[in-house]
Design a protein around this ligand. Structure first.
Ligand SMILES: [Zn+2]
Ligand SMILES: [Zn+2]
Length: 302
């Protein structure tokens, strides 16, 4: 949270966690990494916590362990893995889904509710792969003498998103999906979460994208992926071409944020290669004068 304190203070927001604060919408960064192995960063994962429920966006490697850490350290019970009932997937790249079997399989026999999954076409097949992987565990526990709270909880309830718009709505929280442009993925989505006290936009993985700019207009928090121009410039030509096709360079993001004017821009899923990771913050700040932070795992925004 260290880097979040200054911008949050400037926003008039508080970084102090308490039970009372759970009435407000919080954002917990469960994983800020990329496919590049990084001992400090889990794969992609963001939790929006509202009204004692956690809504998790992507489930990259290490995210479930981070959720457990967040639950323990910040006393956020909805982040205990068996309490996570809502998962939204931006796309099916490995750094966004590898902890899916982990979330499904962790202590599932004590789960009350089935995990609801929303994601692009292919999410059902991905889930069935996890069921196969866990088949012996599931079958043995179901016929064991140890009690299973809800046998259906061994499986997820998957909804494949076929069109942009509202994909989930319950009481005063709404989740909308919108298409983004991520290399050769036919179906990659960003998400907008609206609650009475916050609008949060999550880019997912995308090249510079007009729809993200539109969705993020005046958002409270825009959480956006980014690639360092300095790091990108040192890459071989082929990799430069791929990254420009699939990801958003710092100067492109600065321009997008300048047009969308979110209250807070949070950088995550940072590709930086040879450049230090902090270079993305310098690069964005050199062309954008709004509030911006470089997120670490377990940063909390509220
Ligand atoms: Zn990714
Ligand atoms: Zn990706």
């Amino acid at each position: 949270m260290k880097k979040s304190i200054l911008p949050l203070a400037l926003l008039g927001l508080s970084a102090v966690v308490s039970h009372a604060a759970l009435a407000n919408t919080q954002v917990m960064m469960l994983g800020t990494g990329t496919p590049v192995p990084d001992g400090e960063r889990a794969g992609s994962g963001i939790a929006v916590i509202h009204d004692d429920e956690a809504y998790v966006f992507d489930i990259g490697p290490g995210v479930v362990e981070r959720a457990t850490q967040a639950a323990e350290r910040f006393d956020i019970e909805p982040l205990n893995p068996t309490n996570i009932d809502h998962l939204f997937l931006t796309h099916l790249h490995s750094d966004h889904i590898l902890d899916f079997p982990e979330l499904l399989g962790t202590y599932w026999w004590r789960r009350t509710d089935q995990l609801q999954v929303f994601g692009p076409e292919g999410a059902q097949a991905m889930s069935e792969g996890a069921y196969s992987m866990l088949a012996d565990d599931t079958e043995t526990r179901l016929k064991d003498k140890s009690p299973v709270t809800n046998p259906d909880a061994a499986y997820a309830d998957v909804t494949e998103i076929t069109a942009s718009g509202t994909v989930f709505e319950k009481d005063d929280i709404k989740v909308e999906a919108f298409p983004v442009s991520h290399g050769d993925w036919d179906k990659a989505y960003g998400y907008k979460v609206t609650t009475p006290d916050k609008t949060i936009v999550i880019s997912g993985d995308t090249s510079i994208n007009e729809e993200v700019r539109r969705q993020a207009a005046n958002a409270d928090i825009l959480i956006h992926e980014v690639i360092s121009r300095r790091g990108w410039e040192a890459l071989p030509e082929q990799w430069q071409a791929y990254h420009q096709y699939a990801h958003t360079l710092t100067d492109e993001l600065a321009e997008l944020a300048g047009a969308a004017e979110p209250n807070l821009l949070v950088l995550y899923h940072v590709l930086h290669y040879g450049a230090p990771i902090e270079s993305v913050l310098d690069e964005v700040q050199s062309q954008y004068d709004g509030e911006v932070v470089l997120a670490d795992d377990l940063d909390l925004f509220q």
